[in-house]
Design a protein around this ligand. Structure first.
Ligand SMILES: Nc1ncnc2c1ncn2[C@@H]1O[C@H](COP(=O)(O)OP(=O)(O)O)[C@@H](O)[C@H]1O
Ligand SMILES: CC(=O)N[C@@H](CCC(=O)OP(=O)(O)O)C(=O)O
Length: 286
């Protein structure tokens, strides 16, 4: 019993420090594939809310989109880590992210009380995007309806937080031209963390954190400064690139800490926020 009490007491300074803090959590497609992990994630988010923090969830759903595209026989591939998005594929992206994954996350959280309110980046013009081109070997490549966020209007998110709700947001954006854009969810989470001036951005994924020499297990980086990350970025591959770019954008935009955590580890969020040990990789300003 003493050890349980010790764990609670260890949380005290962290509870004091983060009371009232806004924390943006990116919940990734690969960390949400198992039912039990999804339930643990929802518990953690609700715990944060009861502990006096203001969690905001931005979710992806890459594997779920790929599965649905396959079912519908729509060809799909990635260029420089971004899904080449035809108008046909965009309909599926929007349907899966906003209509399916968003509803699932909202439902899981709301088993614990009337907290989660789902929205798309299109709603109340939360995310305004412009067409983004990929760069491959120095050449600009057209990747369809992929967007780059150029403006964030977090008013609706703030209103939900002020009302004690947990906003759950899909990374679909709208352009000034009325076009709908597919935005990488890590990038969307970082843009929102900056706009809200969150105290933390937490990116959940399916690895322990950032490895200096992936996949060498001994090369996990526990913490690094923005300048060190800038140096490391060009050497990174695939999925880690948008995540680490997101962390960099966040800390350079005034968010004091950005983390990449292992979403496969039960209660990774609670361990990171309320214990002394910390997990994953933490990025801090230089
Ligand atoms: N340096 C690195 N450190 C950690 N993971 C890396 C690294 N380089 C590439 N990866 C890969 O990036 C993946 C995470 O990206 P991704 O699959 O897109 O995640 P998610 O679906 O959670 O958004 C890891 O599973 C790993 O295979
Ligand atoms: C442009 C682009 O690549 N968009 C992503 C959006 C979803 C996402 O980012 O999901 P994860 O976080 O699960 O990877 C996609 O279509 O897969």
């Amino acid at each position: 019993m003493t050890s349980k009490a010790e764990i609670l007491v260890e949380a005290l300074p962290w509870l004091a420090r983060f009371h009232g803090a806004t924390v943006v959590i990116k919940y990734g497609g690969n960390a949400m594939t198992e039912e039990s992990l999804r339930e643990r994630f929802a518990e953690d988010v609700v715990f944060l809310r009861y502990a006096g923090l203001k969690p905001v969830v931005v979710h992806g759903g890459g594997p779920q989109i790929s599965a649905q595209l396959k079912v519908q026989g729509i060809e799909s591939h990635f260029t420089a880590g971004l899904r080449v998005t035809t108008p046909e594929a965009m309909n599926v992206v929007r349907m899966v992210l906003t209509g399916q994954v968003n509803r699932e996350v909202v439902g899981l959280i709301n088993r614990h009380g009337p907290f989660a309110v789902g929205m798309s980046g299109e709603d109340a013009r939360l995310f305004t995007a412009e067409k983004k081109y990929a760069v491959v070997e120095g050449e600009q490549v057209d990747i369809g309806q992929v967007g780059e966020i150029v403006k964030v209007d977090p008013g609706a998110v703030r209103a939900l937080l002020d009302d004690g709700r947990i906003p759950v947001i899909s990374s679909v954006a709208v352009g000034d031209d009325g076009e709908i854009y597919n935005v990488n969810a890590d990038t969307a989470a970082a843009a929102l963390a900056v706009a809200l001036q969150a105290q933390k951005l937490i990116v959940l994924t399916d690895v322990k954190g950032l490895y200096a020499r992936w996949p060498d297990e001994s090369s996990l980086i526990k913490q690094l400064k923005a300048a060190e990350l800038e140096t490391l970025l060009p050497s990174l591959e695939s999925g880690m690139v948008p995540k680490m770019e997101a962390c960099l954008t966040a800390v350079q935009g005034g968010v004091p800490q950005a983390h990449v955590l292992d979403g496969r580890e039960p209660h990774a969020l609670l361990l990171e926020i309320f214990t002394d040990q910390g997990t994953g990789t933490m990025v801090m300003p230089s």
